[in-house]
Ligand binder design. Structure first.
Ligand SMILES: Cc1ncc(COP(=O)(O)O)c(C=O)c1O
Length: 351
């Protein structure tokens, strides 16, 4: 069959998302948690599975999970929707607010899914370069947003892959605009401790996404959520698939929420390791780490990044190679792991 007449020309340059996974001992390329489910939660989950009806659809509104989540966040259930990872919800947001005149804007470099999902949704998308401190360029953003009627702004806070939070003042300036909706992607919020969640009443155009994939260590089960004004949530629910979050994931995330002590323990370890690894990288010849608020460190290498990438891989450590012309030239990204993982990385880096 000739598919050609059916193809979308605007997707011709898009390649399916793929990350190579050469053999490795330590996986430090995707900003996941090094900690799997604590054994007692795993046990509880196994016991709870015995009670699940797999022949029935899951609760379409993930009510129990949303209830627990709202209790912890101190928000109303009308302000929350959960999804199959925050990726899905970012895509839902694009679909829900996809007016022909809307312009999607995000800083560059940033999380690659913003551009991909905008392209899939057939939205005009513009990347605005970050300044040399990897922060938002206030004037450039103002000029750019002024030139469009309707703006959908996507900010990763902290930013992946650069690692730091943007200036909250510039974000507030953007939020003050009546022609702009801002999706603030707080996937790494737990590691930074900084959020604009408390400002959502002041800015009803603020849409926050978060995930269980990073600090909570549940990447394999795909659970994310949005906190936003109920009117925004209503629109997201119109485009969301009815049973988007399966029964098993709803249950696992609900159980995890009952153990904030485990989360706090893991966070403390990742934060202290982050500092230790950063400080250990600074004196290494030819290695230049950038400051970070997240669970990963971006670093530049004096020797070609692919060579350093391969040296680390030969040492058993898989990092992300972000090397490309522009601000990420010769840049790699390492996810903070257990102390043993991090030591292996530091050994490999020292050569
Ligand atoms: C900024 C950012 N947002 C969202 C995600 C994806 O989150 P989820 O697993 O909830 O889809 C990632 C994953 O790397 C990310 O870096």
């Amino acid at each position: 069959m000739n598919l050609h007449p059916f193809l979308r020309e605007d997707l011709a340059d898009l390649t399916p998302y793929h990350v190579a996974q050469p053999p490795h001992r330590v996986k430090a390329d995707a900003n996941e948690s090094p900690f799997d489910l604590p054994p007692e939660i795993r046990q509880e989950l196994i016991e709870a599975i015995a009670q699940l009806n797999f022949n029935r659809y899951p609760d379409p509104s993930s009510d129990l999970l949303r209830t627990k989540l709202c209790e912890q966040l101190g928000v109303d259930k009308t302000e929350v929707v959960v999804g199959n990872g925050s990726d899905e919800l970012i895509g839902n947001f694009m679909l829900a607010f996809r007016r022909p005149e809307a312009c999607v804007s995000f800083p560059t470099p940033t999380f690659s899914m913003f551009a991909i999902l905008a392209q899939v949704a057939q939205l005009k998308a513009v990347g605005l370069p970050l300044d040399d401190r990897f922060d938002l360029d206030r004037e450039a953003w103002k000029t750019h947003l002024d030139s469009h009627e309707i703006n959908l702004v996507f900010l990763s806070y902290p930013n992946n892959p650069t690692g730091t939070n943007f200036s909250a003042e510039v974000i507030r300036e953007i939020l003050s605009r009546s022609d702009t909706l801002v999706l603030l992607d707080e996937a790494y919020y737990e590691f930074s401790g900084q959020s604009l969640m408390e400002e959502r009443e002041q800015y009803p155009n603020l849409v926050i996404t978060r995930t269980f994939s990073k600090a909570y260590g549940l990447a394999g089960l795909r659970v994310g959520y949005v906190v936003a004004h109920p009117a925004v949530i209503d629109e997201l629910n119109k485009v969301r698939l009815p049973y988007n979050l399966n029964r098993f994931s709803q249950l696992a995330a609900t159980l995890l929420l009952k153990r904030p002590d485990r989360l706090a323990q893991h966070l403390q370890l990742i934060r202290s390791e982050r500092e230790r690894v950063f400080n250990a990288m600074v004196p290494i010849d030819g290695i230049h780490p950038f400051p970070t608020d997240a669970n990963f460190i971006l670093f530049r290498t004096d020797s070609p990044a692919p060579e350093v990438f391969q040296r680390l891989l030969d040492h058993g450590v898989l990092v992300r190679n972000l090397d490309r012309p522009g601000p990420l030239q010769n840049c790699l990204r390492i996810t903070i792991g257990t102390p043993e993982d991090n030591n292996l990385f530091l050994d490999g880096l020292r050569g």
